[in-house]
Design a protein around this ligand. Structure first.
Ligand SMILES: Nc1ncnc2c1ncn2[C@@H]1O[C@H](COP(=O)(O)OP(=O)(O)OP(=O)(O)O)[C@@H](O)[C@H]1O
Ligand SMILES: [Mg+2]
Length: 312
């Protein structure tokens, strides 16, 4: 992790495009943000775009903006990601998912350093640094004709490879500490020696995100004591597939104790998480709901159902 950190600091100041490659959950987005934070552009925006999540029909307008009346429903002139990221960093996540039509337009924008709003005439100069990420082998996509080679070279000036967690197990203890600290602060429980041994032996097909999930679940079950090996519930091995080769051997550690009663167990987990979110949000319900990715109404309903009162 230290080596990676140093590499990030070394390339942060460069203006060159950085392509981050790594399995799902290996920390690509975190690395991209880190690159931005340590760059000379850090006072300007960091705009993250999930290229796999935007419908193709909307892509051009989302990236480059549109003029009023450019299409039905374009009631107002709007800027796109490029204008929003001006002088900052544009993070193209899941870049392999860009459809061919958009690959051409993106290439043009990068070459010309300017964009034109949909329905507009005027070219606008944009100054962005491109950081892209993918969990697929982009050179392979190029060979298969799915990704333009010229765009590939534009994006791939510097590449930053994030190794899977199982190739850097020595990071696991440090990561556990950082994650527990973030999730539980000063009141974080300790991991028992057995639990640590168990974690260090796991293959983590879902990488750091999986480790995070495991620790979060354990915390929900034992918020105040030490976390024992039995408290670690490993994810079902089949759920996570990684596109980077077949090295992702999923070992099945799914032998953690089953709950005696699933509904009761789920209620307990849910209650612990709701309480934690409320505490973290200093009992501001709206903020707690946001932390949990649910609506305020949903939060109220769940609190009522689980008989949770604000400050208990
Ligand atoms: N070095 C680290 N220290 C602490 N937390 C980390 C570290 N690396 C990754 N994480 C955490 O792991 C989770 C996954 O990281 P991130 O979202 O950056 O991965 P990703 O490679 O973008 O995943 P995906 O391919 O699924 O989008 C995040 O919650 C992140 O905070
Ligand atoms: Mg990501």
């Amino acid at each position: 992790m230290r080596a990676l950190r140093e590499q990030i600091l070394r390339i942060a100041d460069s203006e060159a495009a950085v392509a981050i490659v790594g399995e799902s959950g290996s920390g690509k987005e975190l690395a991209a943000r880190d690159l931005h934070t340590h760059s000379l552009r850090s006072v300007h925006p960091f705009i993250a775009v999930n290229c796999g999540a935007i419908p193709e029909a909307l892509m051009e307008s989302e990236f480059f903006g549109h003029r009023r009346g450019a299409f039905t429903g374009a009631h107002e002139e709007r800027s796109g990601f490029f204008q929003a990221a001006h002088r900052g960093t544009l993070f193209l996540d899941e870049v392999a998912e860009l459809p061919p039509s958009m690959q051409v337009k993106l290439l043009r924008a990068l070459q010309e350093r300017s964009v034109r709003k949909l329905g507009g005439q005027r070219e606008e100069t944009v100054d962005v640094r491109i950081v892209s990420a993918t969990n697929r082998d982009l050179s392979d996509a190029v060979r298969r004709g799915e990704f333009r080679q010229d765009l590939y070279y534009r994006l791939q000036v510097i590449d930053l490879r994030l190794p899977p967690l199982r190739e850097r197990r020595e990071d696991i203890p440090l990561l556990c500490e950082a994650i527990l600290n973030r999730l539980a602060g000063d009141r974080r429980p300790q991991l028992s020696a057995d639990a640590m041994v168990r974690l260090c032996a796991h293959d983590f097909p879902g990488n750091v995100r999986e480790l995070e999930n495991i620790l979060e679940r354990a915390l929900a079950l034992v918020p105040d004591q030490s976390i024992e090996a039995e408290d670690l519930q490993f994810e079902p091995a089949l759920r996570l597939s990684n596109a980077l080769g077949s090295s992702a051997v999923c070992s099945d550690h799914g032998d953690a104790a089953l709950p005696l009663c699933l509904p009761a167990h789920l209620r307990m987990v849910e209650r612990a998480l709701l309480r934690r979110a409320l505490r973290q949000a200093r009992f501001q319900r709206a903020q707690a709901a946001q932390l949990l990715g649910i609506s305020l109404r949903q939060l109220r309903y769940r609190m009522q159902r689980l008989a949770i009162h604000e400050y208990d």
